[in-house]
Design a protein around this ligand. Structure first.
Ligand code: MG
Length: 378
């Protein structure tokens, strides 16, 4: 008798949901403000009726556009995805790379939905498919990014009461005095009970960076993230050389190729991993492998996402043994007015609890999905 597990798991149906989800507050960054989260959910159904979910969450000033990612999946890839074997992830991603340039968010969505289907069929979580779960829980970092700092102080107090201890101050969207004032306030209120990090999101010009970072070192940040524009690798390297506090590269390192160049040029002490930058979990593991070989640490980043992409990110980070700086999957719990998962994305006592069920290990609430859907394709 044929073992059903050796037979192909065909993708039978594909549907795209374009969502607009309100946030609780505006978040400001060195490259722009966000108050509404626009994202794409990819829903795949296999020929035995299982549903696999993936998410593409582009941010135009950072990774790419909603429109390009929708078109990549709906126009350019639909015929290649329908009928394909859900277990052939790597071949599908290679085909996607040959068919559409860029659109790493759409590639992450397709990989996630395929691994969700495969994991459900195999009875294994995506983390197990990626090599096994090294961390059952991961410390959560929240980004302090509200231009209304008084409101942010209330948010920090509420999250501190919830057990969150990692806080990342977004800087460089106003002047240096505003950044120093906010850091002084947080250290003054919480002392060393907070693990403080600082993220410029490319918000400084190269000639401004070193004196400002030297000034902010008095607040004892764990790292400075992406102080200058992503393509200015020479300035990133010079800053890493000049500043004692570790420098983290986010926008400068999207994919394995950029990780290799970044490691060779020593543009940072740390790299941020995000499935939306790398084009999925497996490519992010490749970035992590290059970082490990170069003695560069890694951090679990995210974009403006629902619990679907957070779950994929959590499985990825859980599969990385040397992840020591925590992760930032706080959007669905502390940023969105409401997520689309049936059960809240699991955050307890300041830690993300890595989903354990088969596949992604999360369920979409159809009523909430409908509430925030502005367009459905397929
Ligand atoms: Mg960043």
């Amino acid at each position: 008798m044929t073992d059903p597990r050796t037979q192909a798991q065909r993708i039978h149906r594909m549907r795209l949901h374009r969502l607009r989800l309100p946030a609780r507050a505006v978040h400001s960054h060195g490259v722009g403000d966000v108050g509404v989260v626009e994202t794409i959910l990819l829903e795949l159904t296999d020929d035995e009726g299982r549903t696999g979910w993936g998410e593409a969450s582009p941010w135009a000033v950072f990774t790419g556009t909603i429109e390009a990612n929708l078109a990549a999946l709906h126009i350019h890839m639909r015929e290649r995805i329908l009928g394909a074997d859900a277990s052939a992830t790597e071949a599908m991603l290679a085909d996607f790379d040959r068919t559409v340039m860029h659109c790493s968010e759409a590639k992450a969505a397709l990989e996630t939905a395929m691994l969700d289907l495969l994991g459900q069929r195999a009875g294994l979580s995506i983390g197990q498919l990626l090599g096994g779960c090294c961390h059952a829980e991961i410390p959560l970092s929240f980004s302090v990014a509200n231009p209304d700092f008084a409101a942010d102080l209330d948010t920090v107090a509420a999250l501190f009461a919830d057990g969150v201890r990692l806080f990342k101050m977004k800087t460089g969207f106003a002047d240096h005095a505003f950044d120093a004032m906010r850091l002084e306030k947080l250290r003054g209120v919480y002392g060393d009970a907070l693990d403080l990090r600082i993220d410029y999101n490319q918000g400084m010009r190269a000639h401004e960076a070193i004196p400002r970072l030297r000034d902010l070192e008095r607040f004892r940040p764990t790292f400075f993230e992406q102080p200058v524009p992503r393509t200015n690798l020479e300035a990133m390297a010079a800053i890493t050389q000049a500043i004692d506090t570790p420098i983290l590269a986010d926008e400068s390192v999207f994919n394995p190729r950029e990780a290799l160049v970044g490691a060779q040029m020593r543009i940072a002490d740390l790299f941020s991993l995000k499935i939306m930058k790398s084009g999925g979990m497996r490519r992010a593991l490749e970035v992590a492998a290059i970082a490990r070989a170069a003695g560069i640490g890694v951090y679990g980043g995210c974009m403006f996402e629902t619990g679907i992409a957070h779950a994929a990110g959590a499985h990825l980070m859980a599969a990385i043994p040397d992840l020591t700086l925590g992760c930032e999957f706080y959007m669905s719990t502390y940023y969105l007015a409401e997520d689309i998962l049936a059960d809240p994305f699991p955050v307890r006592a300041g830690k993300v609890i890595v989903p354990q069920g088969p596949g992604l290990g999360v369920t979409v609430d159809r009523a909430r999905l409908a509430r925030y859907t502005v367009e459905t394709l397929g």
